[in-house]
Design a protein around this ligand. Structure first.
Ligand code: PLP
Length: 405
């Protein structure tokens, strides 16, 4: 083991609590991750010591808060390898970021233009684009999936044409754990002159993308899935798009000059950051990234890959257990079902034993439709989970099978 797991677990206060009389086994990290003390402290410290509105005040507190918020932006920019600080836009999360882009394209598309989504997206990377299609008369095309939960790349290449204006796929599927070949997806789209948005919500707790190298036009993610707080996220957009896209919301902070005749908009990133932002959240997002980098992403990847292999092997020893998402390139997410048993019933029983897993469609109903299932049980692992916890999960699932079978 490359790093000290007990020391890491001690950084997350919630991991030492009990649920239903049992030590908590938290395996719902794909829905949201737990927060290290450093992140919690940064929020408490902000509200206890320098809470003030930013960017507007001349007073000292406002200056301190502005400096900390802008410092966090810098931390995020550097972590993601973004060229310019002003291409690093704070949002309330992935959903917000996608809506900013989808809304912004309304007048840039015309009837008959095409946009491409994949069959394994979260609803938040489907619905805003369907709404865009309704407004603009654009046609939505879907990259189909293989049985093992990977995308059909050759079908994607066939969908691309001069009509394609935009491609949007997730970096990692939240329901299957599949890591998509986004480098190739981006390169192929760019050959046709189409822009690409990558939904990184599920990727950034496991991988460290280098956005300059990746060359996506847009990349969105949520802090709460990478050990930061809820209500804050990143929208990266290339400067070029920042100048082309209109603002999403009007209000304070996003203007240069307002008169009743005409308003001119502020430059990036403020053009897309109307209103008082989640200041504490932005600062704590920076703290989460600082924390992650003390552990180091190579070690996180190595540890989680080992944990995934162990969990996959252990779960497959259960009779009648089927795993969805068995492609060669995966993060530590296991979606499964037991033959003849509803996923909800398994989730309920393992919860009685202190184990948190998610059951249902995971906001990805098209995937469930593809497999003709009502949903799955999803166990999603973080670097703070252990093999002992995997053993407890396996034991609990076996118990559920006995009770329900
Ligand atoms: C969680 C998730 C989203 C939505 O993120 P929010 O934080 O709810 O806005 C989008 N896509 C994927 C792949 C996700 O896992």
């Amino acid at each position: 083991m490359a790093f000290d797991i007990q020391k890491i677990r001690a950084d997350f206060p919630i991991l030492s609590r009990k649920v239903n009389g049992y030590p908590l086994v938290y395996l719902d990290n794909a829905a949201t991750s737990q927060k290290p003390q450093a992140v919690i402290d940064s929020i408490v410290y902000y509200y206890s010591n320098y809470n003030a509105n930013i960017h507007r005040g001349v007073h000292s507190l406002s200056q301190e808060a502005t400096d900390a918020y802008e410092m966090a932006r810098k931390t995020i920019q550097e972590h993601f390898g973004i060229k310019n600080a002003h291409e690093t836009i704070f949002t309330s999360g992935t959903t917000h970021g996608i809506n900013i882009v989808a809304s912004g394209f309304t007048n840039l598309l015309k009837k008959g233009d095409e946009i491409i989504v994949s069959a394994m997206e979260h609803h938040s990377n489907i619905v805003p684009w369907q709404m865009l299609c309704e407004r603009s008369g654009t046609i939505l095309k879907v990259i189909p999936m293989n049985e093992n939960g990977t995308l059909q790349f050759s079908a994607y290449e066939k969908l691309l044409s001069e009509k394609t204006k935009l491609v949007f796929v997730n970096h990692v599927s939240n329901a299957l754990g599949t890591i998509n070949p986004i480098e190739e997806i981006i390169a192929k789209a760019h050959e046709k002159g189409a822009a690409v948005l990558i939904d990184g919500a599920q990727a950034c707790s496991h991988l460290k993308p280098d956005l300059q190298k990746l060359d996506a036009d847009f990349y969105v993610t949520s802090a709460h899935k990478m050990y930061g707080p809820t209500g804050i996220g990143l929208l990266f957009m290339k400067e070029k798009w920042g100048n082309i896209l209109p603002p999403y919301q009007g209000g304070g902070e996003m203007i240069k000059e307002v008169t009743f005749e005409k308003t001119t908009y502020a430059c990036l990133p403020h053009k897309f950051e109307a209103g008082t932002p989640n200041i504490a959240g932005g600062i704590a997002f920076g703290a989460a990234i600082d924390y992650l980098n003390t552990i180091n992403f190579n070690e996180i990847e190595t540890y989680e890959t080992e944990l995934l292999a162990y969990a996959t092997q252990s779960l497959l020893e259960i009779d009648g257990l089927k795993i969805y998402g068995t492609g060669p390139s995966k993060t530590s997410v296991i979606s499964f079902n037991l033959e003849g048993i509803h996923p909800y019933d398994i989730g309920t029983i393992v919860d009685k034993l202190g184990i948190a897993v998610r059951t249902g469609h995971h906001c990805a109903q098209p995937i469930m439709e593809y497999y003709k299932i009502p949903g799955t049980v999803r166990a999603s692992f973080s670097f703070y989970n252990t093999k002992e916890e995997v053993d407890l999960l396996v034991k609990a699932v076996k118990k559920a099978q006995l009770m329900l079978g």
